[in-house]
Design a protein around this ligand. Structure first.
Ligand SMILES: C[S@@+](CC[C@H](N)C(=O)[O-])C[C@H]1O[C@@H](n2cnc3c(N)ncnc32)[C@H](O)[C@@H]1O
Length: 220
């Protein structure tokens, strides 16, 4: 079994168990607003965006409120049902599928993003998602994702096994070099949000203390 297939099997089991977790749409609203803000700051809001691993749809709905239509792709059919309920009467369309093999034509999208997804994968599978995003983007298209910062997650970081740390907190240098190897030509990194204060527009110097850092990579 290849790595991406094994990851799909593992993750569909892991997230099935989490279906009953309480919804946190308040945080997703803040985070989606920040995604839209970073899109605006890094080249403008696209008419259409695709979210890999849309989950229950909170971020996608918040992004769509700012203008873009969103295609949300989700691996788990059970989680997709929750997203379908939440995204009813919005500009979010949902598809079941995998971020390793998106059901989308090559070179057809201006922007792909993955909120709270890339930390789920070991390095080869993370790279496979980057390759797939690159495939479906049109020239000049952008791939955005966010990765956890260590300071706000210090307890989780210290209590993680070395393998989990490598997966959850890959160094910026590794992510930059993976993006370059996947073909992306330009990468910028922006602060994420401080959910406790509801802050979406955090100054750059405070980036390590935001919940996650936002990466924007451009397909040349
Ligand atoms: C932590 S949740 C994030 C959900 C959403 N993006 C958000 O920020 O609220 C990760 C989601 O990715 C989905 N997922 C995991 N592996 C995936 C894959 N290979 N393709 C598509 N979705 C995947 C999981 O089922 C889960 O719903």
């Amino acid at each position: 079994m290849d790595t991406t297939r094994a990851d799909e099997d593992l993750l569909s089991g892991r997230y099935k168990d989490r279906q009953e977790w309480p919804d946190n749409y308040h945080y997703k609203d803040i985070k989606g607003a920040r995604y839209a803000q970073v899109m605006r700051e890094s080249g403008g809001l696209p008419a259409l965006a695709l979210e890999i691993g849309v989950g229950r749809g909170g971020v996608a709905v918040a992004v769509s409120r700012q203008g873009p239509s969103v295609i949300g792709v989700e691996l788990s059919p059970d989680i997709l049902k929750k997203a379908q309920a939440y995204a009813r009467n919005t500009k979010v369309k949902l598809l079941q599928g995998s971020g390793f093999a998106l059901p989308i034509r090559s070179g057809s999208l201006p922007l792909v993003y993955a909120s709270q997804v890339l930390h789920l994968f070991d390095s080869p599978s993370r790279r496979a998602v980057m390759d797939e995003a690159f495939r479906v983007l049109s020239p000049g298209g952008r791939f955005m994702f966010d990765m956890k910062n260590i300071p706000p997650h210090i307890m989780g970081y210290l209590s993680s096994s070395p393998e989990k740390r490598k997966r959850n907190y890959p160094p910026e240098s590794e992510l930059r070099s993976q993006l370059k190897d996947a073909g992306f030509s330009h990468v910028i990194i922006k602060p994420g949000v401080m959910p406790l204060f509801g802050w979406t527009n955090v100054p750059g110097l405070l980036r390590p203390f935001t919940h996650t850092s936002f990466y924007v990579a451009t397909r040349g």
